[in-house]
Design a protein around this ligand. Structure first.
Ligand code: SAH
Ligand code: DHB
Ligand code: MG
Length: 223
């Protein structure tokens, strides 16, 4: 059996046991596929991890950068109380339309708001609204801008907030200090920022599974 078949099988086992998809989550993946969105959403067991992290945070407010069809958004928004708020930023108008439909189908359209545009334009507008601090920020958009997204996350959070960065391994390419790949460079710069910043304390974890070999970074915001 190939490694990746084994990883798929273990993800299927964990997911069926611990994080099965209900109809709105399955519909979101089906609908995203039908609408031509790339299948790069988090897996169900990763989504459940985001959900549990948001609950552990006691999160009332979540910021997501990179919506796609709203799959990770649903896992995160379901961790929030009825008066909670999730803002998710998406560059692509079609992705945003698909996500809005899926969030409405999941009954989350009052909690989750999709804002269209380049996140580096949406973030200063959001900051101008002086929102209450976000308790968790999930960064999962264009990797080249990861250091900027971490900086914005710092501005929009409080001491004790959690920042989660997706796709920090990319088959191990992250270790290549000489890489010219903008995504690798952006992710390395974000990790360096987490390492150096006095208000961040973090780690990074490698993962294998249905999405291959990749990983997450987690950073806690300090005083
Ligand atoms: N979080 C989603 C997957 C996001 S995929 C999930 O797990 O379900 C990355 C998304 O980021 C894509 O939809 C892409 O259009 C969006 N994106 C790319 N560049 C962006 C930018 N500059 N600003 C906001 N979103 C961006
Ligand atoms: C890609 C982006 C993602 O956010 C992800 O989780 C996997 C792949 C990509 O752009 O290829
Ligand atoms: Mg991702």
């Amino acid at each position: 059996m190939s490694d990746s078949q084994l990883w798929d099988d273990v993800d299927d086992y964990f997911t069926a046991l611990l994080s099965p998809e209900d109809e709105p989550l399955a519909a979101t993946r089906r609908d995203s596929d039908k609408e031509g969105l790339p299948p790069i959403n988090v897996t169900a067991n990763q989504g459940k991890l985001l959900h549990l992290l948001a609950q552990l945070q006691g999160a009332r407010r979540v910021l997501e950068i990179g919506t796609l069809g709203g799959y990770s958004t649903i896992w995160l928004a379901r961790a929030l109380p009825a008066d909670g708020r999730l803002v998710t930023l998406e560059y692509d108008g079609h992705h945003a339309d698909v996500a809005r439909r899926n969030l409405a189908h999941a009954g989350l359209d009052r909690i989750a708001e999709v804002r269209v545009g380049p996140a580096l334009e949406s973030l200063p507008k959001l900051a101008d609204e002086n929102p209450a601090p976000f308790d968790l920020v999930f960064i999962d958009a264009d990797k080249v801008n990861n250091p900027h997204y971490v900086e914005w996350a710092l501005r929009l959070t409080r001491s004790g907030s959690l920042i989660v960065l997706d796709n920090v391994v990319r088959e191990g390419r992250v270790t290549d200090a000489a890489s010219t790949d903008p995504g690798v460079r952006g992710t390395r710069a974000a990790l360096q920022l987490i390492a150096d910043h006095p208000r961040l304390d973090g780690t990074a974890i490698q993962t294998v599974g249905a999405k291959g070999y990749d990983g997450f970074a987690l950073a806690r915001v300090l005083d």
